[in-house]
Write a protein that binds this ligand. Structure first.
Ligand code: NAD
Length: 376
C-alpha cells in the first residue's frame, strides 16, 4: 500500500504519526511510505533519518495527500486539508468527530474512510490509542504541579518530597484511572504523601494493592473531597465519566478553604474540567490564579513533550497501521473488532452511533459498509 505521512499543521502540534522506526517496519512489509519534508522535526526526527529508514520525502502536503492510499496523521484534518482528501482514501488519525460538526460534514462529503484512533476499542472496553496520551499527561501533571509550587512561579514554596526533618507535600489525585495512577506513581516516587480518590471501589482496592506505602486511597464524595483539599498542596484532577462532561468535584466555594499558593492541575479539562473554576489554557500561558489557588488547565498537555508523546503514540498505533496496510481497511476491520470500532465515517456514511447521535445524522451499521463498499 502507498502510505502518506503529512506534517501536522494544527497550531503548536509537534507530534508526527510515523517515526523512522515505523517507516522501517512498514517498508519491511512491502509498503511504500511518503513522508512530508520536516514532518518529524518537531519530535526530533530529521528527514535524513526517514530516508535512511526507507521513506520517500515529498516537499509539500498536497503531494502527500495526492499519492497516498492511506494517510496516517495525529490530529484531525483541519480546514486547509479538507480539499486534499480523496474519495476512498483511508485516514487513520484522531478525529474526535462528536465535538466537531463541520469536520464531520467535511469527511462525509469527502467519501473517505475515516478510522478514528479514539474509538479503536479492545474487548475489555479500554481505548488503546488514548491510553498513551493519558499516561503522558498523568506523569506530566506532577512535574508541572511541582514546578508551580515553587515560590518564583507563584506557588507555596514547598518541595514535593520534603527533606529529612521536613514533611513532604500533600498531593490529592482525583480519579484513579490512567491519568491518576501515573500521577500518583510520579508524586509518590518524588516522596510526596499521596491520596488517590475514586468512586470505583474495585479500582481503589487494586490501587491499594499495587501502590507504595506513601499512597493512600479514599472514596470520592463531596464530603471527603471538601476535607481532603484543605490540607492539599497539589490537587490533580483526572476523573472521567465516559461520554459525559467531567463532574465538578471542586466548586468555587471550596477554594478559600485551600492553602494559599496551592496548585490544582485539571487534566480533565479536555472534557470540561473537574474544578468549577477551570478554564482551558495553553502552553504559552498555562496558569492563572483564583482565590490564591494556582490553576493549570492545559488541554493538550502531551503537546509540550512531543518526543515522548510521538513515541508513546506510535508504539500504540503502528501495529494497527501495519494491519491496515497489509490487509486493506475492509479486511483488517472485518478481521479485527478493535479496528472495526474505529470506523466512524465511510464513503459518505456515518457508521459510528455516537457521531450520528451527536448531530442527528443518519446511522449506517458498520457491517453494511464492510459488505458493500469498494475495497481499498
Ligand atoms: N489535558 C490533557 O492533555 C489530557 C491528556 C490525556 C487525557 N486527558 C483527560 O484526562 C481525563 C482522565 O483520563 P483517564 O484516561 O485517566 O480516564 P480513566 O477512565 O482511565 O479514569 C477516570 C477515573 O475517574 C474515576 N471517576 C469518575 N467519577 C469520579 C468521581 N466523581 N470522583 C473520583 N473519581 C471519579 C473513574 O472511576 C475512573 O477510575 C479524561 O478526561 C481525559 O480526556 C487530558
Amino acid at each position: 500500500m502507498i502510505i502518506g505521512v503529512p506534517k501536522e499543521i494544527k497550531n503548536n502540534e509537534n507530534r508526527v504519526a510515523v517515526t523512522p522506526a515505523g517507516v522501517a517496519e512498514l517498508t519491511k512489509h512491502g509498503h511504500t511510505v511518503y513522508v512530508q519534508s520536516t514532518a518529524g522535526v518537531g519530535s526530533g526526527f530529521e528527514d535524513d533519518e526517514y530516508v535512511a529508514a526507507g521513506a520517500n520525502m515529498l516537499p509539500n502536503i498536497e503531494e502527500v495527500y495526492a499519492i497516498a492510499e492511506m494517510i496516517i496523521k495525529v490530529k484531525e484534518p483541519i480546514e486547509q486539508e479538507y480539499g486534499l482528501i480523496k474519495k476512498d482514501q483511508l485516514l487513520f488519525t484522531y478525529f474526535h468527530f462528536a465535538s466537531h460538526e463541520p469536520l464531520t460534514h467535511a469527511m462525509i462529503k469527502s467519501g473517505a474512510v475515516c478510522l478514528a484512533y479514539e474509538t479503536v476499542e479492545k474487548a475489555d472496553r479500554s481505548l488503546p490509542l488514548l491510553v498513551p496520551m493519558s499516561e503522558v499527561a498523568g506523569r506530566m501533571s506532577v512535574q508541572e504541579g511541582a514546578k508551580y509550587l515553587e515560590k518564583p512561579m507563584g506557588g507555596r514554596g514547598i518541595l514535593l518530597g520534603g527533606v529529612p526533618g521536613v514533611k513532604p507535600a500533600e498531593v490529592i489525585v482525583l480519579g484513579g484511572g490512567i491519568v491518576g495512577t501515573q500521577a500518583a506513581k510520579m508524586a509518590a516516587g518524588m516522596g510526596a504523601h499521596v491520596t488517590i480518590m475514586d468512586i470505583s471501589l474495585p479500582r481503589l482496592r487494586q490501587l491499594d494493592d499495587i501502590m507504595p506505602a506513601n499512597v493512600q486511597t479514599q472514596y470520592s464524595n463531596d464530603y471527603n473531597v471538601r476535607n481532603a483539599i484543605k490540607s492539599a498542596d497539589l490537587v490533580i484532577g483526572g476523573v472521567l465519566i465516559p461520554g459525559a462532561k467531567a463532574p465538578k468535584l471542586i466548586t468555587r466555594d471550596m477554594l478559600p478553604s485551600m492553602k494559599k499558593g496551592a496548585v490544582i492541575v485539571d487534566v480533565a479539562i479536555d472534557q470540561g474540567g473537574c474544578f468549577e473554576t477551570s478554564q482551558p489554557t495553553t502552553h504559552a500561558e498555562p496558569i492563572y490564579v483564583v482565590d490564591n489557588v494556582i490553576h493549570y488547565c492545559v488541554a493538550n498537555m502531551p503537546g509540550a513533550v512531543p518526543y515522548t508523546s510521538t513515541l508513546a503514540l506510535t508504539n500504540a498505533t503502528l501495529p494497527y497501521a501495519v494491519q491496515l496496510a497489509n490487509k486493506g481497511w475492509k479486511k483488517a476491520c472485518s478481521d479485527s473488532n478493535e479496528l472495526r470500532l474505529g470506523l466512524n465515517v465511510v464513503d459518505g456514511k456515518v457508521v459510528y452511533k455516537g457521531v450520528s447521535d451527536a448531530f442527528n445524522l443518519a446511522y449506517t451499521p458498520v457491517e453494511q459498509v464492510l459488505g458493500t463498499s469498494a475495497s481499498n
